[in-house]
Design a protein around this ligand. Sequence first.
Ligand code: ADP
Ligand code: G6P
Length: 737
Amino acid sequence: MSKTIIISNRLPLQISIENGELEVTPSVGGLATGLKSFHKDGDSVWIGWPGLTEEEIPKKLKEEVQKKAREENCVAVNLTSDEIDGFYYGFSNRTIWPLFHYFMEYTESDNEYWKTYQKVNQKYADEILKHYEDGDVIWVHDYQLLLVPNMIREKAPEAVIGFFNHIPFPSYEVFRTLPWRDEVLKGVLGADLIGFHTYDYERHFLSSVSRILRHQVDFNEITLPDRIVKVDSFPMGIDYKKFEQAALDHFEGTSADQSELQKRLDHHLEATPDAKMILSIDRLDYTKGIAHRIRAYEYFLDNNPEYIEKVRLVMLAVPSRSNVPQYRRLKREIDELVGRINGKFSTVSWTPIWYFYRSMPFHNLIDLYTTCEIALLTPIRDGMNLVAKEYIATRTNHTGVLILSEMAGAAHEMNEALIINPNNFEQVSQALRTAFEMPKEEQIERNKMLQKRLRRYSVEKWAQDFMKSLRATKENRDSFKSIRITPDISEEIMKQFREAKRRVLFIDYDGTLVNFVDKPENARPDEELKELIRALNATENTDVILISGRDKNTLGSWWKDVPVELISEHGVWMRQIDGEWELSENVKSEWMDAVRPVIENFVDRTPGTFLEEKNYSLAWHYRKADPELGEIRANELSTVLKELISNRGLSVLEGNKVLEIKSSDVNKGKASSKKLIGKNYDFIFAIGDDWTDEYMFQELPETSYTVKVGIKKTSARYYVEGTQKVRTLLEKFRENL
Ligand code: ADP
Ligand code: G6P
């Protein structure tokens, strides 16, 4: 039976060694805590790192580690301390993490880290491949494994692969600074579906793909030469029932069940009944804005002295990535800040901040969530922030106020919270006052709305939605209208080719025989290609016709020493082998004077675009323009032109990054059909990549072998992935002659 393979850097279980024995504790962090319930309920295996380096695990305990992992359907990947240094503390947490959270000043570009990152990503990919069987679905998680999707794709091209990024994806302007930006994007694009928490991260990613790799992006789909990749946003939820139930159990328990922490909390509440506790929980990470939070709290106390002794900030910071210098520095900064503020405001019976620097078991988290009437979460940047959601889920009597930074992904879904900018201390201070004074009815009203949404869009629903969408990409692949030319199909075409008495091959040029280049004049045919066309054409009873949108002079000069028929400008001109160019009937050019200035105006306003003037058509090229601006201006120009040329017997062709205006009576369909007259061809083959080639595919007889280059909607019967595959196919014709 097929299974899901989950893969993330860290396993949901953390293994440590205490007194020579293995100890297993749950991992902290949104990814592990969130995904755990999906893993628990489903038929999945989870591959990841158990938290100890290879050197730290004594030989005799190695098998025991795997056994502990297996008990929870996990597979432990062993990483050496060098690998952890370069991959985890290095590239993941000194390069990608700060960069993706907009901390550019913390971002290091170290080639050694990058090399280890590649090596360890390969290690993870190899581990997946050991467990992968046909029909399995692979789900790769987070920024530590950005290269894994493509590494799997290279070995298992048919695999269904999803990737989810749990942290922000930065704007193109920030991402472009990464020296290995191309490799990173290519790595992720090995997936069929790429998920983000919010639409903003999604659009940043799409914009980087289109600007850096120049792939075509249509809405949320990226067209690669051989596949379509879908990108979408899926805001991760929590295991709502688990938190709600834990809170209900907490209230039902007797005092004998109470934890030490709860007793301490209760004791303080009894001593100061009108005081409120403000909760703050995070990993100790500079993205979480913990230092800002403490300073904003100081600002609040400075400016609202009436709250002294009436408020207490309960701050839980979980140790995290302490080998990275910024984290160590942050720890010192926070220790100092807490010390200074407690020194500044404390009274005999009151300290303004309670600070815990440790991980706590689940039931203590519940104690804190249920006891504190205000939660203050002020990340500077945060992919999602599950703590905000967990806090709301445990407020089973619906009271409590959540103050949340607008920089957290969760803020997009939690409008009913008090949303603040963490850099604006006055706003944070005002939100604290509002929280203190908020009537119970308003708290209940806000929380009920939040709870309704969180209950519905739980982590189960999140995972189901992602999986459903991922499976749909596979169905989409399977139901693709045209058929990929497999070796069997290719053999069948060759058989028909051999047996035919009279054959014709219509071959488009740009995007079919040669790849697109920045400057059209640089796309000359290479000698090998010329040789291939020469050989095909020299065969008895075989006509090769190059059919292109190019102007006749360029096409004519590039192919002057090759005996081959040419059709230029989509059919305006035709040249027999060794003959002169002939003009097709029905072409006019008087309209050009009216249209030219309109296009020139678009050229002036859109950097990177240019006007190509052919004898009987005008083309506006925007391949080198900013991709988004290019698409916007192309739509605009197309609308303007359609109005301008209506009833003039002209049409606007929307090609690959080009708009072309020409006589409606001229297109590749009409031109190729004309070539069939009186020839009795019993083998017709047409191949092209562009929208303008669709005319050929539609107008040629149904029995023709029509082939689209690239995966796009098409009327062709078959498709091949790219120009390299076209050459291989044409080589086959030559071999069969
Ligand atoms: P991040 O993923 O950046 O760490 P999130 O807020 O999304 O931030 O997730 C943090 C997760 O870690 C939550 O599920 C929370 O319950 C858990 N967690 C936070 N602090 C502790 C702690 N002290 N002990 C145990 N778990 C914790
Ligand atoms: C964030 C990341 C996770 C990571 C977690 C804890 O949630 O998105 O990938 O596991 O932080 O960080 P750590 O470095 O301890 O794994």
